[in-house]
Design a protein around this ligand. Sequence first.
Ligand SMILES: Cc1cc2nc3c(=O)[nH]c(=O)nc-3n(C[C@H](O)[C@H](O)[C@H](O)COP(=O)(O)OP(=O)(O)OC[C@H]3O[C@@H](n4cnc5c(N)ncnc54)[C@H](O)[C@@H]3O)c2cc1C
Ligand SMILES: *[C@@H]1O[C@H](CO)[C@@H](O)[C@H](O)[C@H]1NC(C)=O
Ligand SMILES: *[C@@H]1O[C@H](CO)[C@@H](O)[C@H](O)[C@H]1NC(C)=O
Ligand SMILES: *[C@@H]1O[C@H](CO)[C@@H](O)[C@H](O)[C@H]1NC(C)=O
Ligand SMILES: *[C@@H]1O[C@H](CO)[C@@H](O)[C@H](O)[C@H]1NC(C)=O
Ligand SMILES: *[C@@H]1O[C@H](CO)[C@@H](O)[C@H](O)[C@H]1NC(C)=O
Ligand SMILES: *[C@@H]1O[C@H](CO)[C@@H](O)[C@H](O)[C@H]1NC(C)=O
Ligand SMILES: *[C@@H]1O[C@H](CO)[C@@H](O)[C@H](O)[C@H]1NC(C)=O
Length: 498
Amino acid sequence: MFSKTLFFLAGATQVAAEYASCCQALKNELPAQVFTTNETGYIELNTQRWSNTSILAPSCVFEPQSAEDVSKGVQTLAAGSCPFSIKSGGHNPIPGANNIDGGVSIVLGALNEIELDEETLVVHLGPGARWGQVYEKFSGEGNSTDPALLVPGGLCGGTGIGGVSTGGGESYLLSSHGWVVDNVVNYQVVLASGEIVDANQESNPDLFRALKGATNNFGIVTRVDVQAIDQPQIWGGAILAPYMPDTAYATLDALTNFTEIANTEPSNGAQVIVTYTATGQAIIALSIANVENVANATGLKPFTDIQPQIANTVGSRTLSSIVTELDTNQADGFRDTSATITFKNDPETLYAVHNASDQVYLKYNKTVDYLDFVLFYVPTSKIDGTHAALRGGNVLGLEDEEDDLMVAFITPRWLDEAQDAAMYQMAEEWVAATKAVTVEKGTDHPFLYQNFATPNQKPICGYGEENVNFLQAVSKKYDPEGVFQTLVPGGFKVSKAC
Ligand SMILES: Cc1cc2nc3c(=O)[nH]c(=O)nc-3n(C[C@H](O)[C@H](O)[C@H](O)COP(=O)(O)OP(=O)(O)OC[C@H]3O[C@@H](n4cnc5c(N)ncnc54)[C@H](O)[C@@H]3O)c2cc1C
Ligand SMILES: *[C@@H]1O[C@H](CO)[C@@H](O)[C@H](O)[C@H]1NC(C)=O
Ligand SMILES: *[C@@H]1O[C@H](CO)[C@@H](O)[C@H](O)[C@H]1NC(C)=O
Ligand SMILES: *[C@@H]1O[C@H](CO)[C@@H](O)[C@H](O)[C@H]1NC(C)=O
Ligand SMILES: *[C@@H]1O[C@H](CO)[C@@H](O)[C@H](O)[C@H]1NC(C)=O
Ligand SMILES: *[C@@H]1O[C@H](CO)[C@@H](O)[C@H](O)[C@H]1NC(C)=O
Ligand SMILES: *[C@@H]1O[C@H](CO)[C@@H](O)[C@H](O)[C@H]1NC(C)=O
Ligand SMILES: *[C@@H]1O[C@H](CO)[C@@H](O)[C@H](O)[C@H]1NC(C)=O
């Protein structure tokens, strides 16, 4: 969407020539890594994405093999004023977030290292690796050749390191260890100048904090170092229940209680997923865990008590096996979008939001041919924000939060491109309807989890004025020419935060 605007504004003919010269300039530098539309490799590299809505038409795809290649590429693109996009795992479905029409699509899939420093238990992760691969690698026997560790990352195995570890990152570890960004000890970043720098608590600490929530605004992250946890197994899995009034109310009550209880039982984690399928099924998935491997921990009882259950896979397991199981419900190859809101934890608000969400779904289910509607609730307790301070803070704006919050988001999927416009309209209506309910109840909240926001939402603004000012100053300092503000149209820009 953003990239199309850019494309048309600039004038089609002039732009096509300009992009051809961008691709040619890159090819002169790094011939084996640049694929134009007529070359083998282009289609595969361009279509390796979770959602088909993110498959656009870049003039060429650039697949760097190292941070040095990224550095050369960024210098070349900046020098030629060439628009470009940045993709790691490619899980974001919003058109233009990780791809571009015209311009250069940078895909970081080859930067996929997963290495453990055995002494510190810090894992070095390439941005193009997937969280599922990380969990798999550390789900071993627990000896030096076959490590067993818990790594804070996304709950969907297909999501990439790059987007999750710079956008926030929610998981079962939210209450015990905070957001994924709070567990990052160092980012390696290629700046607009081409300089490759480390950002951590000692070196470039302002950039370090800014990256913990502001994704692609300052540079391209080429490695993320995350503190792993010496915890081979967790108690967790999924309980599936049929969706009906009783189970729905019990789930919403359990969610409200869980969110409050997590402040005193922080090793519990939960995510609730309600799915209405195009084939007429309606299922509630209670995805729960205790990350210290305690069975039937107190705070999880509201979930484990819900009856009837269709399936229950909860037990002492590796995160890898739990995530692999969850992934079966999040297939790629559909058309998808996402939208999110946040509100204060309150049972009446939760009922009303849920009902408002249902009404929007029911309206569109009548007109969209094939629609799977997927609604997530992520309990976001006060305690979650307190973990940021340990490593110098983040920019999410939740560190001094006084209320327990609920993050809700949707990832509806459909098949027919002709229905894209209707579905984007649906996402806007969903935001408007659910937000209105929270405003009416006085439980609305400005936070929006960026990695689930629609293009019309303003998640960075929701981080609060102080953080916005800070982010804009960091942008000016590390990217004085504004390369990542103007030449990288995808994502949410700190220069247009509010
Ligand atoms: C089904 C599903 C389940 C999900 N589950 C979770 C979950 O459990 N927890 C959670 O936190 N999130 C979850 N997400 C959201 C997820 O955080 C985002 O989709 C995230 O963007 C995925 O990261 P990625 O690397 O695949 O992103 P991409 O789509 O590759 O990129 C997303 C954005 O980040 C920017 N970016 C990516 N890599 C870099 C980099 N190296 N340097 C600078 N900028 C970069 C891109 O430019 C783009 O704007 C889920 C999403 C879906 C669709
Ligand atoms: C692709 O097109 C470019 C520009 O027209 C041309 O120079 C190049 O030889 C073509 N490559 C292949 C593999 O056909
Ligand atoms: C580690 O565990 C693996 C898998 O069980 C086993 O094959 C290997 O011999 C073990 N190595 C050591 C050093 O114990
Ligand atoms: C939630 O907590 C309230 C107040 O403690 C309690 O009355 C209610 O039974 C709990 N509900 C569930 C589902 O645990
Ligand atoms: C949604 O539409 C599908 C296809 O028409 C239908 O099978 C399903 O029952 C509908 N779902 C609801 C909850 O109305
Ligand atoms: C946990 O609770 C369930 C349901 O009450 C029960 O079947 C199971 O045996 C319990 N597990 C443990 C380890 O106590
Ligand atoms: C999604 O895109 C892939 C790659 O282009 C294609 O093979 C697949 O058929 C598409 N899926 C749908 C549902 O159109
Ligand atoms: C759900 O919302 C609809 C539409 O606003 C309203 O008519 C209905 O009464 C609500 N139902 C509940 C249970 O609140």
